[in-house]
Design a protein around this ligand. Structure first.
Ligand SMILES: [Zn+2]
Length: 382
């Protein structure tokens, strides 16, 4: 198989390039499935509340069974994009002996879009307003039932729970965005580390080692407080090693096209280490050396601004809105304080100059600020 650098330099050859940006609807997926069906077994396994199909795609036919699901949260699309790229990568590397071997070792069953109603609406929740990642135990929503039934029928050896996280997260205390974060969810409230959870940790350690080569310091570890309503915790508690993936911010990459590549690399690394069993050589305790995710970032910070006569730091956060099938980012003043200890993905030093809204009114929290006046001159925020 390709070296890491070859993997990234050849990415354009297997990128599902029709799919890009943050919005990925059921219709967008459908077009991809039409093509994938020619090469992979694709099976409808159920329907959403609004009666949209939910499918699995199967890659490989080996004895080690891995179940992955993406877009359980409809507005979290990076891992779906990455999964489509991965499937293309396999097709492109058909003749590669290592890829052949890999696909003889594992059966990867992927649900590319568990929440198609939420995907179309670009919402986290399903159309009933339920967060499916809090419905694992109750198992009330149709989409949750589809996942549960698939889990029970397939009886996987590993589960991969695929998500996006917000730009507010950093990996550890320093100024490193959490480009990818992982969790080996707890299986009980005392956070016991049994053999299965240990395996999930070992796989993450193996993956983290590979990722440090390409995104040093930008891998985080999620908090492991136990919540049996979460799918990851629920499946871990059923004795299946489960890994949560959270795709996050990479410098200047709001459309998550770079993170998409890092994710594809990380899931490929997972498959390789599981297929070869090499993860079993890892020290699971190294998992705890991965820096914990912190909420320590805003999208933009205006440092040393003067607002209504006071010297402050101004934090600006983007929110995502869907408009004509595209995600747009709305910049809003999140908070102002004399000194903010957070980091900004972008920081602007205002050097004690006056900052105002574009209509010359003083800045206040919740103002929408596509642009501001800095010392009476217009400055674009985005
Ligand atoms: Zn999520």
């Amino acid at each position: 198989m390709n070296s890491t650098s070859e993997f990234f330099s050849s990415y354009g050859r297997f990128r599902a390039s029709e799919i890009k940006g943050r919005y990925l609807s059921r219709n967008d997926l459908e077009k991809q499935l039409e093509e994938l069906k020619k090469e992979y077994p694709v099976q409808e396994i159920g329907r959403s509340f609004l009666n949209l199909p939910i499918e699995t795609i199967q890659a490989g036919n080996g004895p080690v069974k891995i179940l992955a699901w993406s877009q359980m949260h409809g507005n979290e699309t990076t891992t779906t994009k990455g999964i489509l790229d991965l499937l293309n990568f396999f097709l492109n590397s058909k003749e590669d002996p290592e890829v052949k071997e890999l696909l003889q070792q594992v059966t990867l069953l992927i649900i590319p879009m568990l929440n198609p109603d939420g995907a179309d609406r670009y919402t986290r929740e399903n159309v009933n307003g339920v967060d499916l990642n809090r419905d694992a135990l109750a198992n009330k929503e149709p989409e949750s039932k589809v996942l549960r039934e698939c889990f029970e029928k397939f009886a996987p050896h590993f589960c991969l729970n695929l998500h996006d996280q917000r730009t507010i997260f950093g990996a550890g205390e320093k100024a490193h965005p959490a480009t990818l974060s992982f969790l080996a969810p707890s299986m009980d409230s005392s956070r016991t580390i049994n053999e299965n959870r240990k395996k999930a940790m070992q796989v993450i350690v193996s993956m983290n080692t590979a990722l440090q080569e390409i995104i040093p310091n930008q891998v985080g570890r999620f908090d492991d407080s136990f919540n049996l309503n979460c799918s990851g915790d629920y499946f871990q508690a059923q004795g299946v090693p489960t890994i949560l993936f959270e795709c996050g911010h990479f410098q200047e990459d709001y459309l998550r096209e770079k993170t998409r590549e890092f994710f594809t690399f990380s899931i490929l690394t997972v498959l390789r280490t599981i297929a070869s069993g090499s993860y079993l050589q890892e020290n699971f305790e190294a998992y705890f050396l991965i820096p914990e995710n912190q909420k320590n970032f805003y999208d933009v910070i205006l440092r040393n601004a003067v607002v209504a006569g006071e010297k402050v730091d101004v934090a600006i956060q983007y929110s995502e809105k869907i408009k004509a099938g595209e995600v747009i980012f709305v910049a809003t003043v999140a908070t102002m304080a004399p000194v903010l200890s957070h980091y900004g993905h972008k920081e602007i030093n205002c050097k004690g100059e006056v900052v105002e809204n574009i209509d010359e009114t003083p800045l206040s929290e919740n103002d929408i600020v596509e642009a501001i006046l800095l010392n009476k001159e217009k400055l674009l925020i985005k």
